[in-house]
Design a protein around this ligand. Structure first.
Ligand SMILES: [Zn+2]
Length: 316
């Protein structure tokens, strides 16, 4: 199936060079067509938001370019304000990270996870992953900033300690600060289950945030999911299944660990079982999505096998 590189639904006719629905272009860029994004190494360096070379983590080598778009001269120009988009181009060390991130974000959406808007665009003839910042919204043609804090900040930890802690502690952070803790805890549990199934072993403290809601600085809810990658197929030497501990473990996670975890964070066991079942039941759908993706045949195969293995582990 030919799929849109924004919503990933079927694309009947490709009437532009971008493989995006016209409606998706309008919604995402607020333009009639995808304008060209031009930049060289120099401007990329200028706009790099974080390039923390930390050990063997994938996100450490991913360049994140935070930028705004100015639509003058029929092309997008990188501007400092309002910094509404984040672009992640290809990196030399790992192949097809943008394609893998886009696919995994789409799978998350199918799993009913609240995700940031995202897509794939061509930059310098290669696919780059593009996402809209969750903490910027447009009201009456003006960009408005929303307060957003990641769990590292909320737990008063330094950035280098983002791999310290547990998912149980993250649940406490939600209970403490979220204005709708019950909904957010269930969404959080779902994200942990999904991350296990897709081999996303890099869900550290900076990959969860609370975001201002209802235009009030005193009301926060779990921010839409971002930075979802099938790390276990890209970084095979990494044996850990999780970035933080779940029931005291980072690997050899079992079905029972998830049940104990749900119990610990106050989610009814029947609800937890339902979430697990519903997510593993998506295995066939995930497989179809992977087959239709832009990943190499080898990566498709690895990804399908990993998901199968993980779903089997969660079958009771
Ligand atoms: Zn679309």
């Amino acid at each position: 199936m030919n799929r849109c590189l924004c919503c990933y639904k079927e694309l009947n006719k490709v009437d532009n060079d971008f493989s995006w629905h016209d409606s998706c272009i309008k919604r995402f860029f607020r333009t009639q067509k995808i304008l060209e994004i031009k930049f060289g190494e120099e401007s990329i360096n200028k706009f790099i938001d974080s390039q923390v070379n930390k050990g063997n983590t994938i996100q450490g080598v991913q360049k994140k370019i935070t930028f705004g778009l100015s639509k003058k001269h029929n092309e997008f120009a990188l501007i400092d304000f309002p910094l509404g988009y984040i672009l992640k181009p290809q990196v030399k060390l790992y192949t097809q990270l943008p394609e893998a991130e886009f696919l995994t974000m789409q799978m998350a959406k199918v799993a009913k996870i609240n995700t940031v808007s995202n897509g794939l665009i061509k930059v310098n003839n290669e696919y780059a992953y593009i996402t809209k910042r969750a903490d910027r919204i447009i009201i009456k043609d003006k960009s408005v900033s929303l307060a957003m804090e990641d769990f590292c900040q909320l737990q008063n930890r330094l950035t280098e300690d983002k791999y310290k802690g547990s998912y149980e502690n993250c649940a406490k952070t939600i209970q403490k600060y979220s204005s709708r803790p019950t909904i957010d805890l269930i969404e959080f549990f779902l994200r942990i289950v999904f991350s296990f199934i897709v081999g996303n072993s890099d869900m550290h403290l900076k990959n969860f945030s609370l975001l201002e809601i209802n235009g009030s600085v005193n009301e926060y809810a779990l921010a839409p999911a971002y930075d979802l990658l099938p790390v276990n197929i890209i970084l095979k030497e990494d044996e850990e299944e999780f970035a933080l501990t779940l029931n005291g473990k980072k690997k050899n996670i079992t079905y029972n660990d998830f049940l104990k975890f749900s119990n610990h964070i106050g989610i009814n066991e029947a609800v937890a079982i339902k979430i697990i079942k519903r997510t593993i039941n998506l295995e066939e759908e995930f497989k179809k999505m992977i087959i239709d993706s832009l990943l190499s045949e080898k990566m498709k195969c690895d990804y399908i096998n990993l998901i199968h293995l993980r779903c089997e582990k969660l079958k009771k």
